[in-house]
Write a protein that binds this ligand. Structure first.
Ligand code: FMN
Length: 188
């Protein structure tokens, strides 16, 4: 049986955690390989896999450049496979927050959809499944300037502003459900 590919691109490390979590969910279900898009093995070929889960975080409205390059470069093979694209962002936190103002939630959902659509238009990719995933706010890992900027953004969004600690918003159960649902669509 061909393994599934779990490939990710991260800047601050949270999407790696997400990819590793996807791996732990897959462990009981299917063979898989976890690949960092920034360090592709020399013999990397999408055709070696039965399906692919591709995860990338969002910075300044754009998904990680390694994933854009990877998808463009392997587009033909990716289009032949069942695929799930996971877009990791803080905007998705508002989308998933039941306590958020309904108008803000709808705006956040529209923003997540727009950035995903831009990425897909830009690369020409048509994944079989697409989902937003709530990311993290690792204040202690940021430099002074990024911490300041992210605190201002968080304050405006009604998010946490204690910069002495990190915050993680990913709904791991929802992620498990997304992955399990996707795996069921991949022929054994
Ligand atoms: C400089 C910077 C810019 C960001 N820009 C966006 C953005 O435009 N939209 C968004 O929803 N989240 C944005 N985020 C939040 C990240 O997508 C989020 O922290 C994610 O968990 C990062 O994942 P990573 O650690 O795998 O890179 C930004 C974060 C930073 C530090």
């Amino acid at each position: 049986m061909k393994p599934l590919l779990v490939i990710y691109a991260t800047r601050e490390g949270h999407t790696r955690r997400i990819a590793e979590h996807v791996g732990s969910t897959l462990e009981a279900q299917r063979p898989f390989e976890l690949v960092d898009a920034a360090h592709l093995p020399s013999d990397f070929a999408v055709g070696n896999y039965a399906g692919a889960i591709v995860a990338a975080s969002l910075h300044a409205g754009k998904h990680q450049a390694e994933i854009v390059r990877l998808v463009r470069h392997h587009l033909g093979e990716l289009q032949q496979l069942p695929t799930l694209f996971l877009s990791v962002s803080l905007t998705e936190v508002t989308v998933e927050d039941p306590a958020a103002d309904p108008e803000k939630r709808a705006q956040a959902a529209a923003d997540v959809k727009r950035t995903i659509d831009e990425f897909l238009t830009d690369t020409g990719w048509h994944p079989s499944h697409v989902a937003g995933v709530a990311g993290a706010l690792p204040y202690t890992k940021y430099n002074f300037i990024i911490r300041y900027v992210m605190k201002r953004i968080a304050r405006k969004a009604g998010g946490p502003v204690d910069t002495s600690r990190d915050y993680e918003f990913t709904d791991w159960h929802r992620l498990d459900d997304l992955v399990t649902h996707f795996v069921q669509s991949v022929p054994a």
